[in-house]
Write a protein that binds this ligand. Structure first.
Ligand SMILES: Cc1cc2nc3c(=O)[nH]c(=O)nc-3n(C[C@H](O)[C@H](O)[C@H](O)COP(=O)(O)OP(=O)(O)OC[C@H]3O[C@@H](n4cnc5c(N)ncnc54)[C@H](O)[C@@H]3O)c2cc1C
Length: 474
């Protein structure tokens, strides 16, 4: 009798090259592999339609690479995998490790279900250059601060990228069936989203490994200047690789190999990739950090949650705060499903420190709209900005949205691109609250929702109170 194939269960690794887990599956199946993706409603719940559309496009790209030999199913992975094992007589299921809290729990459950069905789940590699949990301090504890993590991370031996499998046959178990994407349940929107949850998804950009490699090749020509351009949202100065990394169309090993070099641009870029790995490591060690404030002294910070807070949240999400850089960023998120990192920081800081809202509200909205929405990077990016994270910007440092605009978008290129009401207003006026004052102010652009100086003082007062409360409690 013919040896059964192995099953390769694709998750956040939708590519063929630099893929040691896939190579392992090819070896176990003696060249014959069933490539499987399972659409799991539970995992789609926090994602708005934009990211789901991007997932679909990434799977279409993968299916093209496999000449259509991709099995798509929908349901509980433990049940689906047991079925596919029965259908194919496979005894080996191989995956790339998932280090998120839900993914880990799911994989334990799946391993037990597979054991009952007479098969084994083998975990190979991770979506990171160094798997979460590996880097430790000198005393063996998890790293709490980025500097210590980066030192430990750089001391690891980095593996070179792997070639794509040669001589592998992907089994055509059933015809390719994208109807699994039909009738998905509506994602769970929190009440403060209100009508926002019905907004149309953003159009998606190129997806899949071939497009990712193309983008990577283009970026290698400019990475040397990355340290100069990465903070300028009006310039195409960052890699825009985050969606490809999110869905594993590229592995960061491939990205680091292609962007390595000796100048400050290369070093800064490597450091940013390391932030991604740091946040995955923090999440691995502290799975509840997705929603729990990591700074105990800020746990009691006064946050607004009343009807006016909801109105302010919605104005922020729609890019209608009257602060041009914040609004440009929020409209970029609405229009493109992506936002520049500098503006993510400014917009997040504005929500927490000027509007006095819960960072978790903002984090949920980002996860809803971002194509690259990633639990570890998003939640900890928010905790960093809110001052509540493990290695966060201090709470009392408040980004001034106007000064940030003047510094990082001095000619208003970015603001004018996304805020149509300001398209014809010259800098520096287009960078000012309300787009300027008096007769110069464009009538159709919102007046400032709040007074940033006043609300900054309010934030600092709330911070002082939270610290005083924490001191009494300890
Ligand atoms: C509030 C907030 C929320 C964020 N949410 C996400 C998210 O959901 N998904 C996500 O991938 N990134 C998130 N980031 C990090 C960062 O903004 C994006 O990774 C970056 O903007 C993606 O654009 P790029 O690929 O051009 O980045 P580049 O500047 O070219 O960087 C290269 C890669 O390094 C990684 N990286 C860069 N900066 C960071 C960072 N600060 N933290 C973690 N990884 C980083 C990303 O994988 C990125 O693709 C968030 C940052 C903040 C402040």
């Amino acid at each position: 009798m013919k040896t059964p194939p192995s099953i390769f269960w694709f998750r956040r690794d939708l590519r063929l090259s630099d893929h040691p887990a896939l190579l392992d599956a090819v070896e176990r199946g003696r060249g014959r592999v069933v490539g499987l993706f399972i659409l799991d409603d539970e995992f789609l719940a926090p994602a708005g339609a934009t990211r789901v559309n991007y997932l679909r496009a990434s799977l279409e790209a993968l299916a093209t690479q496999l000449n259509g030999a991709l099995v798509l199913r929908r349901g509980d992975p433990a049940v689906v995998l047991a079925e596919v094992v029965r259908e194919t007589r496979a005894t080996d299921v191989v995956v790339t490790g998932d280090y998120g809290p839900r993914g880990r729990a799911r994989d334990e459950r799946v391993a037990r279900a597979l054991a009952r069905a007479g098969a084994t789940l083998t975990v190979v590699d991770s979506p990171y250059v160094v798997a979460p949990g590996v880097v430790r301090t000198k005393t063996g504890s998890p790293c709490r601060v980025f500097g210590a993590f980066r030192r430990g991370w750089q001391e690891q031996s980095f593996t070179a990228p792997y070639d794509a499998p040669r001589e592998a046959t992907f089994e055509r178990v059933a015809s390719l069936d994208f109807t699994v994407f039909d009738d998905l349940p509506a994602p769970l929107a929190p009440p403060y989203f209100g009508e926002l949850s019905a907004l149309a998804p953003a159009p998606i950009g190129p997806a899949g490994e071939v497009a990712g490699l193309e983008r990577l090749r283009a970026f290698t020509a400019t990475v040397g200047a990355y340290d100069q351009t990465r903070n300028l949202p009006g310039v195409d100065g960052t890699s825009r690789l985050s969606p490809f990394l999110r869905f594993g169309a590229l592995h960061p090993r491939t990205v680091l190999r292609a962007t390595s070099g000796l100048n400050a641009g290369h070093a800064t870029f490597t450091s940013e990739i390391c932030w991604r790995e740091f946040y995955a490591d923090v999440l691995f060690h502290q799975p509840d950090s997705t929603w729990r404030v990591l700074q105990p002294s800020l746990a009691s910070l006064k946050i607004d949650r009343d009807a006016r807070a909801v109105e302010r949240f919605q104005a922020w999400a729609l890019g209608r705060t009257g602060y041009p850089l914040v609004d440009a960023g929020m409209r970029q998120l609405l229009n493109d499903g992506w936002m520049h990192n500098r503006v993510r920081m400014v917009a997040a800081s504005f929500l927490v420190k000027h509007l006095h809202l819960d960072w978790r509200w903002g984090a949920k909205w980002f996860m809803w709209r971002l194509i690259d929405g990633d639990l570890a990077s998003n939640q900890h990016g928010w905790q960093w900005t809110a001052g509540t994270g493990t290695d966060a910007a201090p709470f009392h440092r408040v980004f001034n949205p106007t000064l940030q605009a003047e510094r990082f978008d001095p000619d208003g290129t970015y603001v004018r691109r996304y805020v149509s009401e300001l398209a014809d207003v010259a800098a520096p006026q287009c960078l000012q609250p309300g787009g300027g004052t008096g007769l110069l102010r464009p009538a159709d652009y919102p007046a400032p929702l709040i007074d940033a100086n006043h609300e900054r003082q309010e934030a600092l007062a709330r911070f002082a109170q939270a610290r005083a409360d924490a001191a009494v409690a300890s």
